[in-house]
Design a protein around this ligand. Sequence first.
Ligand code: PRP
Ligand code: URA
Length: 209
Amino acid sequence: MANLHILDHPLIQHKLSLIRDKNTGSKDFRDLVEEVAMLMAYEVTRDFSLQDVEIETPVAMATTKMISGRKVGLVPILRAGLGMVAGMLRLIPAAKVGHVGLYRDPETLKPVEYYCKLPPDVEERDLIVIDPMLATGGSASAAITFLKQRGARNIKLMCLIAAPEGVEAVDRVHPDVDIFVAAVDKHLNEHGYIVPGLGDAGDRLFGTK
Ligand code: PRP
Ligand code: URA
């Protein structure tokens, strides 16, 4: 699939294994999710364009490169997406952060919206939707649809772990969206959990059940 990018950097894969481990407690889980999000942000921003700038080093004048003023928006899907925000902001500190609140109905597995607050100039920004888990794809797909309804055009999706079903679902509805993941796992189980996955990302981040 042309718009699926699997980020297989050894540091990302190593930390992802620790994140998956059921014996990793909430504090380490949170720290690792933040670190992996930061490492993934490095790849997700690889296509940012550069412009020449003139600077003076202690030795000489030089023409060097800087990012050419693209405005970025991060859009975590509540709740679990919140765990990835701080890591990304360490690399992209000027990004504005919008929030889309969705939870997956445990019976129907369909996303239910409960919150949406976006930067006012959302249509001018390059948006990166973030959520650790892409399972059925319902939540990510709905979040991207909300953003498009509010005028957003340039959207990427970044998740730690995806199921093949979720990647296909998002690609079917939003073929214009590049999807960045650290791993594509085997399948979904009968409860809509990714196998082997990491369990419930929100519960592990926030210590709930
Ligand atoms: C999880 C996860 C995604 C969604 C993925 O959130 O963080 O948002 O499920 O599933 P899907 O691809 O099948 O839609 P959840 O609904 O558990 O809410 P939470 O983040 O508040 O825990
Ligand atoms: N949401 C999660 O948190 N984990 C899964 O495996 C699927 C959906």
